[in-house]
Design a protein. Structure first.
Length: 385
């Protein structure tokens, strides 16, 4: 198989889908790997490192895509500005694609992939089951985001984080409130604790209480909702009545909090609003909110995705694609996850993906001109009406 690794074209994307270290796993099964020149530069991997690992470097993107059987990327195929062609048109007809797709937000792209009979695997739809943990790109990228969110907050804060006992007196520790303690929230708790912060956290999923405590943070106790989790372990959308109670519990804490990192999300829905403008006023001037749900509408009603704004003396940061700000490790993790998926799809030379397998079935979105993922096809046909 000829496997193509393009240079990412979306502005600000610094990650690369496959790092040189992963190539031997593909090459030993007699696959040929072609890499676009500079594909790894943003993440610190040179063309020479790819060549040493056995890849062929190609300088023209058309030549890279030509005759490829499989294209592996990070960002969903997008318009290639220098070629003035969409990347989905560059992928050879009936070839295979592995990468992010965000299918619900990219209806036109899904149509193009169908028309070109591309077998497209969307990494965000890899089922979050134990067997697929080593392929879980969402967890990897959330880990990076949770870590980086704390560092963003510290760069914006006007005070130090740890408790310091000095000759000039005692400096109290900063207090962080983490809303949503899934993968990114737990990593934010761990990072803030390492820096010496006092950390409080809340998540409506009952299992999370122990996880929060095991990281040395305190759990914000409140009446928990009854019907909280899907079979896959995700939080369900909560009623407005519960969210109102949750906002009250959060509000009571805000006057003592220096940083809020919010990560609350409900898969496929708008993120719940946990911080209203009135609540932002309750924070002390100089406090910082880092809203990791910015792209899903934000947990704070003032958040602007991709911007940092200041309201009522509070900095409200709505970072997007934080993983691309730590491209070395984000690429390392992404590449490891995606290579594991690749080995799952193609375990031996000449063996094709088993489309009846739960993992393969879960993340395959288009194949042979059709949408083969029931969840996506139902959601898209509902939109069409
Ligand atoms: P996510 O990014 O969709 O959501 C982040 C967090 O927001 C979740 O913990 C959710 O409970 C929380 N949340 C939702 N509504 C909230 C509200 N009103 N207030 C506060 N918090 C709220 O989730 P994620 O971090 O990607 O994953 C969540 C869970 O999925 C994991 O903790 C785990 O249980 C499951 N998971 C399983 C596997 C696996 O088995 N392979 C892998 C990853 C995740």
């Amino acid at each position: 198989m000829r496997i193509a690794i393009p240079r990412e074209v979306v502005a600000g994307e610094t990650r690369v889908a496959i790092i040189p270290e992963m190539l031997p796993l593909m090459i030993r099964d007699k696959h040929q790997v072609v890499v676009e020149t500079g594909a790894g530069h943003g993440a610190g991997f040179s063309d020479d490192e790819y060549v040493e690992a056995g890849a062929v470097i190609v300088s023209q993107p058309q030549a890279l895509y030509e005759d490829s059987d499989l294209v592996i990327k990070v960002q969903p195929p997008a318009m290639h500005s220098s070629l003035q062609r969409h990347e989905a048109e560059l992928i050879p007809e009936a070839a295979t694609y592995i990468g992010f797709l965000a299918p619900l937000a990219n209806r036109e792209l899904i149509k193009m992939l169908m028309e070109r009979k591309i077998t497209a695997f969307s990494v965000e739809y890899i089922p979050r089951i134990t067997r697929a943990q080593s392929m879980d790109v969402l967890s990897s990228m959330s880990t990076v985001a949770g870590y980086k969110a704390v560092l963003l907050a510290t760069g914006r804060m006007r005070k130090m984080i740890p408790l310091l006992m000095t000759a000039a007196g005692t400096i109290p520790p900063a207090t962080f409130l983490i809303l949503g303690a899934g993968v990114s929230g737990l990593q934010a708790i761990a990072t803030a604790k390492r820096l010496g912060a006092k950390v409080e956290a809340f998540d409506p999923r009952p299992l999370v209480r122990e996880q929060v405590k095991s990281l040395g943070a305190s759990f914000v106790e409140m009446e928990m909702p009854e019907d909280v989790e899907t079979a896959g372990g995700y939080a369900k959308e909560q009623s407005e009545q519960f969210l109102e109670k949750e906002r009250e519990a959060i509000r009571a804490r805000l006057p003592r909090v220096d940083v809020v990192i919010s990560t609350a999300q409900v898969f496929g829905k708008r993120a719940p609003v946990l911080l209203t403008e009135a609540m932002v006023r309750d924070l002390r001037p100089g406090s910082v909110i880092v809203d990791l749900a910015a792209e899903q509408g934000g947990n704070c009603e003032l958040t602007k995705a991709g911007e940092t704004i200041e309201r009522h003396g509070v900095s409200i940061m709505g970072p997007v694609n934080l993983a691309a700000t730590v491209p070395v490790d984000a690429s390392r993790m992404y590449s490891k996850n995606v290579t594991t998926l690749f080995k799952h799809l193609y375990p031996k030379p000449g063996v094709m993906p088993d489309f009846a397998d739960e993992i393969v079935k879960g993340c395959c979105i288009t194949r042979a001109g059709e949408i083969v993922n029931a969840q996506i096809s139902t959601a898209l046909s509902r939109e069409t009406g």
